[in-house]
Every structure is written in structure tokens, then in C-alpha cells.
Design a protein around this ligand. Structure first.
Ligand SMILES: [Zn+2]
Ligand SMILES: [Zn+2]
Length: 258
């Protein structure tokens, strides 16, 4: 390893004001191979031939990460530093490692469900970090609450809904965080329905997290958590079932508390 700052990855991730921000490491800026021209000369049979430099990928991947909108507090999240504290956490981590290896855009995604504080958002952000910076895919991290307020702001400015929803439909990978949160009004459900249906029709990957239950159990004294199906409408729920594998993430002491 030559660079201690970036571990020779070529990029660093910092906490921005609201979102995490990646930048090219000083060890690659200016690029030692092409001095940021994007081209370098190789001698082929004694003649110089100009070739595109790899640093173009690095810069593109960094800007894809910065378009993702990963929350600032999640800037260190990696699968490698996700701490298995018991429960199903180790199992889910191992599963996501395989998911990450085999992933191609359009693949079936996953939905992580379980109580707050079990690392669901960490895991989702870790995968987005890898997919943008290491693989160069396009992605968005979308908190459902924020989406609703962005839409309200767009209406107030007479801007079309599609200016907000379009990019969320187009990216290779969309994370919807805190699915089912909100007041579940008709309008909120219709926004979610549009988003999920449009990605479903375009065969695009959805990753999601939720604090709500996805088992068939009826809420009662034994299952205190409300069900996701009751929060998002059965049509959206069955689409999600088709598009995602559902994994429960819980901690070591969760069942005792229930
Ligand atoms: Zn470096
Ligand atoms: Zn270069």
C-alpha cells in the first residue's frame, strides 16, 4: 500500500453538511499518470500512442457517489465495518456480501426489516457506497419523508412532479429508507405506488428498509409492531414481494424486549 490516506482506493469520503461527500485523494490529484489530461502516452513499437487514463473512471465514480445523497452521518458505512452484535445481523451481513458480489443492475433487490437501531440503514448505505465508488453504478438514497417534502416544494413552485421522481426511476439502484413511515394518506400512498410501479415496469432494482413487520402475524400483544402491508397498501406490498428478498435484521436482546 502506497497511500495511507485512501488505502490506494483513490478516493476519500467525508461528512458534508447534509450528505456524505467523496473526493479524489491527493495521491491521485493531479493524476500522476496523465496530469489530469485524461490521456497518457504509451510507447508501442517505439511510437507514442495516446491512451485514455483510468482516472476517468475514478472521477466518474466519485461523482456518482456524490449524486447518491447518502446521509452525512453514514459516511463511514461499509459492509466490512458493520458490527455483528448478535441476532440475525451476522447472517444478513454474510448474505449481503454474496448479493454484492453477484449484483448486476436489474437484479432482484432486498428489503431489510426489523426494529430501529439494528443497522438496516448502515447496511443499505454500505452497499450504495460500494456500487457507486467501486462499480460506477448510478444510485439514489431516498428517505421517504424527504421525498414527500421535496414534492410539496416542487408543487409550490409549479414544477412538475417528474423533475423529482424521474431521477429516482432512472438510476440503477434506489434505496427507499424508512418505508411505511408517514401518515399513509392517499397522496403519500400514490407517490410510493408511482415510484415502485415505475421501477417495477422498468425492471430496476429496489433496496428498502422498514421498521414495520412483514410476517403474516396479526398485530396484538405478541407482535406489537404494525404490519408493512397495512402501511403501504396491498398492491405496493405485493410488488415489493416480487422485487425484493425480505431479510429480518434484529439485535441480540430484541426478542426479550418484545
Ligand atoms: Zn490516496
Ligand atoms: Zn489520469
Amino acid at each position: 500500500m502506497n497511500c495511507r490516506k485512501c488505502g490506494d482506493r483513490g478516493y476519500l469520503i467525508e461528512m458534508g453538511d447534509e450528505t456524505a461527500v467523496a473526493k479524489v485523494c491527493p495521491c491521485r490529484s493531479p493524476c500522476p499518470k496523465c496530469a489530469d489530461t485524461g490521456w497518457w502516452m504509451e510507447l508501442v513499437d517505439g511510437r507514442p500512442i495516446s491512451k485514455p487514463c483510468d482516472c476517468r473512471h475514478l472521477r466518474r465514480h466519485v461523482s456518482r457517489y456524490n449524486d447518491t445523497g447518502i446521509p452525512a452521518r453514514m459516511h463511514r458505512c461499509k459492509l466490512e465495518n458493520f458490527e455483528d452484535k448478535g441476532g440475525t445481523q451476522g447472517e444478513v451481513k454474510a448474505h449481503l456480501k454474496l448479493f454484492r458480489q453477484a449484483f448486476r443492475p436489474g437484479n432482484r433487490g432486498f428489503l431489510l426489516w426489523g426494529p430501529p437501531g439494528t443497522g438496516k440503514t448502515h447496511l443499505a448505505c454500505a452497499l450504495l457506497t460500494y456500487f457507486t465508488l467501486e462499480r460506477g453504478y448510478t444510485a439514489r438514497f431516498q428517505d421517504f419523508f424527504h421525498l414527500l417534502s421535496d414534492l410539496k416544494a416542487a408543487y409550490a413552485l409549479n414544477r412538475s412532479e417528474d423533475a423529482i421522481l424521474g431521477p429516482l426511476v432512472d438510476v440503477d439502484i434506489l434505496v427507499i429508507d424508512e418505508l411505511g413511515k408517514g401518515r399513509a394518506t392517499e397522496w403519500e400512498i400514490s407517490v410510493l405506488d408511482q415510484l415502485v410501479s415505475r421501477r417495477y415496469n422498468a425492471q430496476k432494482t429496489i433496496l428498502a428498509t422498514t421498521n414495520f413487520d412483514v410476517t403474516d402475524a396479526t398485530p396484538g400483544p405478541d407482535t406489537p409492531i404494525a404490519r408493512l402491508v397495512d402501511r403501504v397498501d396491498s398492491r405496493i406490498y405485493s410488488r415489493l414481494r416480487e422485487m425484493c428478498d425480505f431479510h429480518q435484521v434484529d439485535g441480540p436482546d430484541w426478542r426479550k424486549r418484545g
